[in-house]
Design a protein around this ligand. Sequence first.
Ligand SMILES: Nc1ncnc2c1ncn2[C@@H]1O[C@H](COP(=O)(O)OP(=O)(O)OP(=O)(O)O)[C@@H](O)[C@H]1O
Ligand SMILES: [Mg+2]
Length: 466
Amino acid sequence: MKTDREAVVWTRCGNAPLKMGRFTVTMTECRFSYEPGYIDSGLPGLGVLYAPEFVGTTTIVWKRSPYFDLLPQLQALIPPASEDNFQRQLILSYLAQQNQMPEPGFDSDWAILMVSGHGGIGHLDVFSDDQQAREWYADTRSPALFPVKNEFGFSLKEFLIWLDDSAGTLLETLGPTPSVGGAIPKLLLSISRKGWDGRIGLPTRGTVEGRTDIVLKFEKDTYPGIVELEALALDLHHQAGFDVPRYWTAEINGMPVIAIERYDRDSSNKPLFTETLYSLLATGDSRITHHYSSSYDAIGYAIDRSPIPIVSEPMQAKLHLLKRLLMSFVTGNGDLHLENLSLLQYGRKIGFSPVYDPTPMRAYSRHNMLSVMPFGNYGELDTNGKPVDFHTAILRLSKNLGISQNLLSNMIEELLYVSRHYSEQIQSLSSLPEDNKTYLSEIILKMRAKLATLVSVQMQTSAKHE
Ligand SMILES: Nc1ncnc2c1ncn2[C@@H]1O[C@H](COP(=O)(O)OP(=O)(O)OP(=O)(O)O)[C@@H](O)[C@H]1O
Ligand SMILES: [Mg+2]
């Protein structure tokens, strides 16, 4: 990289679009400074640990690493570099149409960030300069809704497999779609507030009466039945008392899709502050290099010990975390990583966001993993050289989170009860292949038995103590 690069951060989480600050990337650092006017606004900042009231006008200096060229909150706006990342390919091919062919690596990341670093998930909008920001926000036209079938006079499936020439047509239809992180193809769109009716529009850029923003996730051939599974898991989480966004399943050109309402927008389509735990933890700890490089115990520790409060209600947050992990065991998710957990600010309060991406990935053998992150030292060797077993690990995690055995038992009982018909529900899905049904059912039935003994063992021990 020859010269320093500069860009600006704006947000429309206040009453009007406002410049939050600017950043510079040098060979070795990413440096961000808040605008003095922004600090006075009292609006949320870049991230929980970078609250404007604490940082003030002091420049935040981030040392570039092989994992984060930019501050984690800004890095999060760039779709991860992988060959088949749909969003990235879409933008790179859009750039190529304009004769911009950045080198792979940071050059490409930067070019992608300048095209798609705004209007995405959350409250942060990156632009190359203030002029670009003002022009972008000035377009407050209500995006038209059009029926999916008529406008997509081609097979979306083909585009998702990725054909270079077709990118232009897709871009003409959808515009450069703002980015969402992750590997499964998805688009940010808006639909009628009443719910999915087969019509879609571009995401809103301000209040649009009767419109709500959604994430539209497409089913890939490699994960047959995943849309149905995600829907079932969202229902179960709702029944277990979690906040779950509204969702709709449908088919587009023969391809199953799930449209999930955005939790990072309020009822007047205004962005709310949100940050993934990946971004939050990476801010405070350079050992966080991947979306699974932590543990549930360490998240609890961070909630308790962070000098800057991470959540408004620590106990509630830790109960949420434990319940999410147990629910991930019960449903066969296994994939509750740091990017599948986010914080959200509601009014002055900050806590865990509604549930998203609880898909039972263990239905697919290559994702069959009990847990993507460690808990209670499960599987590690104890002082006697024996691996820590499942029960011991759960009890240890619960203890580390400051949650009593009694509460833990009640939680497990509740979740086992809520999911009592889960195996039959899996069997009655229509597009999940039989093999995957059998596979997932076996996994979750074993897990239920294990969790059930944990509850009964505990009840026996507490009876003895009485
Ligand atoms: N309903 C929603 N509202 C706002 N943001 C969302 C919503 N659903 C997902 N997101 C954001 O989009 C990101 C990607 O979505 P999601 O986790 O559902 O899919 P994915 O990452 O492709 O799946 P995987 O984690 O298996 O790779 C999430 O990390 C989250 O930040
Ligand atoms: Mg995800």
